[in-house]
Design a protein around this ligand. Structure first.
Ligand SMILES: Cc1cc2nc3c(=O)[nH]c(=O)nc-3n(C[C@H](O)[C@H](O)[C@H](O)COP(=O)(O)OP(=O)(O)OC[C@H]3O[C@@H](n4cnc5c(N)ncnc54)[C@H](O)[C@@H]3O)c2cc1C
Length: 449
């Protein structure tokens, strides 16, 4: 007898057939947890994992630039707080991240010989610097646990017939008592994530939140000037605005030949995509003094002008820290304004290139201030979804029980990983969420009522 968490206890004949669709972090974690659950509940079961690629774990192998930022250091509460900016996502992921935490994941990896290191910023990587070691550890564990892996097998359809699932991939449909759907998001589609799971979930009765880009580079309609390509603004503010709405992020911002990347742009890309969807386009600005209000910055510039009247404004900008603390300009926590950017600041502020502080008029100071607080970066019309490290959107979280990952609509259907409507920040949070939700699904699928 199994608890389907929607009120009905279902009697299922043993051996039970559990089919996991998708062999990414979530699917493989679900398979391990299901086998362990079956063993501890003394349930006889066949566990089959269907993966459309030649091997499971494709995305793990390319993650973190081939080094795999597998999780983040901290308590589950800290992981939730730093890794997931939206309240509903934090609420949904809470159980899973406590149930199978970063510590649990690392213990599992260490037990399989994958040693890890914590970087100063809290990101955790395999010590070997080899992302495939994580995928291989899971793959080998699955084989030891007698999970049948069927690769190069693309599932096309899942339907319910007489209380069983019928899964269509190749010629003969496969029957299953329990299905765990773990087909991932829709970005990096060349890795196999083309949204099949969304179609399957919708056909089974689930609502799907529209997919959208996240953790993606941002391309502006007009590319930044070539001389700026490659420069980085350390710890700047990135602001996107459209239709009276704004969204912003603090972090390093990288100018590329097509627009912007780096942590600030990647993190804000989901909001930028949202603004573009709502208003057709969004304007981007850099805030070089995110710690200061315009009035505070005006005071700072005024003080500086009084003390350094003979200095050229351009010279000042060349040594000016980005995001200085409120204490003063000498407090530079991160870096200085890149020299290549200075002529553009001067030009946008409509100043002469050799103007000195003593000759700078009040309006000119205000104009400089405006540019330092809102350096225009250009307009964006859309964010490329396929280039995001993850995609936002997916199966509606309200239709999945966060304690079990079981569908609230279809008994014995479990949904986990990036297929669900959440998206984490850069830092190992997305893999951790996939492993945790997968583990929860696998454990719950085999839990006795
Ligand atoms: C370039 C890149 C770098 C990244 N780096 C990091 C990082 O360092 N740290 C981090 O935390 N996150 C990172 N991510 C995000 C992270 O990899 C994903 O969020 C995570 O892998 C999602 O796991 P998942 O199991 O839900 O989905 P996936 O890993 O995408 O797995 C889904 C699997 O389902 C299979 N599948 C799909 N449809 C079918 C079907 N019809 N039939 C059978 N199989 C199917 C796919 O082939 C795929 O193998 C990165 C992503 C990318 C693209």
């Amino acid at each position: 007898m199994f608890d389907n968490s929607i009120g009905v206890a279902i009697v299922i004949q043993q051996p039970l057939s559990v089919v996991i669709i998708g062999g990414g972090a979530a699917g493989m974690s679900a398979a391990v947890a299901a086998r362990r659950g079956a063993e501890s509940a003394s349930v006889e079961c066949f566990i089959t994992l269907l993966e459309r690629n030649a091997r499971p774990g494709t995305k793990i192998r390319i993650s973190g630039g081939g080094k795999c930022n597998v999780t983040h250091q901290g308590t589950p509460a800290e992981i939730l707080e730093q890794g997931f900016l939206r309240k509903n996502e934090r609420r949904f992921l809470r159980n899973a991240l406590y149930g199978f935490s970063n510590t649990d994941l690392l213990e599992l990896l260490h037990s399989r010989g994958v040693e890890t290191e914590v970087r100063p910023d809290g990101k955790v990587f395999p010590l070997s610097g080899d992302a495939s070691s994580v995928a291989v550890a899971f793959e080998e564990l699955l084989k030891e646990l007698s999970v049948k892996i069927i690769s190069s097998c693309r599932v096309r359809n899942v339907e319910l017939k007489d209380g069983m699932f019928l899964i269509t991939a190749a010629a003969e449909p496969l029957a299953a008592d329990v299905v765990i759907l773990a087909t991932g998001g829709v970005s990096y589609s060349k890795t196999g994530t083309t949204g099949d799971g969304l179609i399957i979930a919708r056909k089974l009765g689930h609502s799907i939140k529209e997919s959208s880009a996240a953790l993606a580079p941002v391309y502006t309609l007009k590319a930044p000037p070539a001389s700026l390509s490659g420069i980085s603004l350390r710890s700047a503010g990135l602001v996107a605005s459209a239709g009276g709405k704004t969204a912003e992020r603090r972090g390093d911002l990288l100018f590329t030949h097509r627009g912007f990347s780096g942590p600030a742009a990647l993190s804000l890309s989901r909001d930028i995509a949202g603004l573009c969807r709502e208003f057709g386009s969004a304007s981007l600005f850099a805030d070089l003094f995110p710690e200061h209000t315009p009035a505070e910055l005006d005071q700072l510039l005024l003080q500086h002008a009084r003390r350094h009247g003979a200095q050229m404004v351009r010279k000042f900008l060349q040594i000016c820290p980005i995001a200085p603390l409120k204490k003063g300009l000498s407090e530079a926590p991160q870096g200085t304004i890149p020299t290549a950017l200075v002529p553009f600041i001067i030009r946008h502020a409509l100043l002469e290139i050799d103007i000195t502080w003593s000759t700078l008029q009040k309006e000119q100071r205000h104009s400089l201030l405006t540019v330092l607080k809102r350096f225009p970066l250009g307009a964006v019309r859309s964010v490329p979804i396929d280039q995001g490290e993850v995609s936002a959107g997916g199966v509606d979280l309200g239709e999945v029980n966060p304690k079990t990952m079981q569908s609230r609509i279809v008994p014995n259907l479990f949904i986990c990983g990036e297929l669900l409507d959440y998206a984490g920040e850069i830092g190992g949070y997305n893999l951790q969420a996939a492993f945790s939700t997968g583990w929860t699904a696998g454990t719950s699928a085999l839990k006795k009522a």
